[in-house]
Design a protein around this ligand. Structure first.
Ligand code: MF3
Ligand code: CO
Ligand code: CO
Length: 289
């Protein structure tokens, strides 16, 4: 059914459609007619949802800062899990990974050749020279924010340090490309170019995702792409940028026993950095800074 110009806008602002998203929808319809892949309204967050997602992002960042202060050689990845779990609960949040599709812990901890979805364990002790990704997703008042960082434990090799740095740079470069009326492929091109320039690879088949009202929403954010292609980026979209960068080949395998943990096939190191971002009227807002 077509919305009337004097009806309340679909975005939930309470304003009349004609003074709210009417021009926006007209622009989207024109772009769609030109062959652009335009996002459905369901991917455009309302002001209220954005507020909620920002609050979840703030808590998520506090949790990662708390991890940064406490992480050290000699602790187990289960110790990290406990820290994240308890801090989240104490601040009124819910750790999204816990029981998500059967995931058994409250955070993902991915050490060295683990690409992602490492499961915290009391038997896994952080060693001097390890690199680890800690991926935290927090639910607050029903809204989700998702971010991860790398941590270098003690003295790590120059090679490992470089991989971690280049991965972070690739996210920041992609971030600089994110703008309203750009395309998802802009992110993929910038990210993969930077990674390849350093002789690394980036996963094609596991990547970012819409987030905010749920843990994993549309669209899929691929970190390999071509500028000007893929879904149009429009104000109100919220998604993650989270390239998984391997020192060696892109190939990976999944732990058959736990059904979760993803390793590099060749045993090489892997790094990842993740932000949740929102497209604004004139640029991008990092929700998890
Ligand atoms: N946080 C991961 C992501 O960035 C997803 C982890 S799913 C889990 O999308 F179940 F392993 F927690
Ligand atoms: Co994510
Ligand atoms: Co994540």
């Amino acid at each position: 059914m077509k919305i009337g110009r004097n009806d309340p806008c679909w975005c939930g602002s309470g304003k009349k459609y004609k003074v709210c998203h009417a021009d926006f929808d007209e622009k989207l319809a024109e772009l769609k007619a030109k062959g652009e892949k335009v996002p459905p309204h369901s991917l455009i967050k309302t002001k209220e949802q954005l507020e909620g997602i920002r609050k979840a992002g703030k808590l998520n960042t506090e949790i990662l800062d708390m991890v940064a202060e406490n992480i050290h050689a000699g602790m187990s990845t289960e110790d990290i899990n406990k820290l994240v779990h308890e801090y989240t609960i104490a601040h009124g949040g819910i750790p999204a990974p816990l029981n998500y599709c059967g995931f058994p812990k409250s955070v993902c901890t991915s050490v060295n050749d683990v690409i992602c979805h490492g499961i915290p364990s009391p038997d896994e002790i952080l060693q001097d020279g390890d690199i680890i990704n800690v991926d935290v997703t927090t639910i607050l008042d029903g809204y989700y924010a998702d971010a991860s960082r790398m941590f270098c434990i003690g003295q790590v090799s120059d090679e490992a340090k470089k991989l971690v740095e280049v991965t972070k740079e690739s996210v920041d470069l992609a971030l600089a490309e994110v703008k309203p009326w750009g395309h998802l492929g802009d992110i993929g091109e910038v990210n993969s170019k930077h990674v390849y320039a350093h002789g690394y690879t980036v996963l094609h088949d596991i990547g970012g995702h819409g987030v905010g009202n749920d843990f994993h929403e549309e669209p899929y954010v691929c970190h390999i792409g071509k500028k000007g292609t893929g879904m149009l980026l429009v104000p109100g979209m919220v998604f993650t940028i989270e390239p998984m960068v391997n020192e060696g080949e892109e190939d990976f395998f999944q732990d058959e026993e736990n059904g979760w943990t993803i390793y590099t096939e060749d045993g090489s190191l892997s790094a990842q950095w993740e932000y949740t971002v929102a497209i604004t009227e004139d640029g991008v807002e990092v929700i998890t800074h």
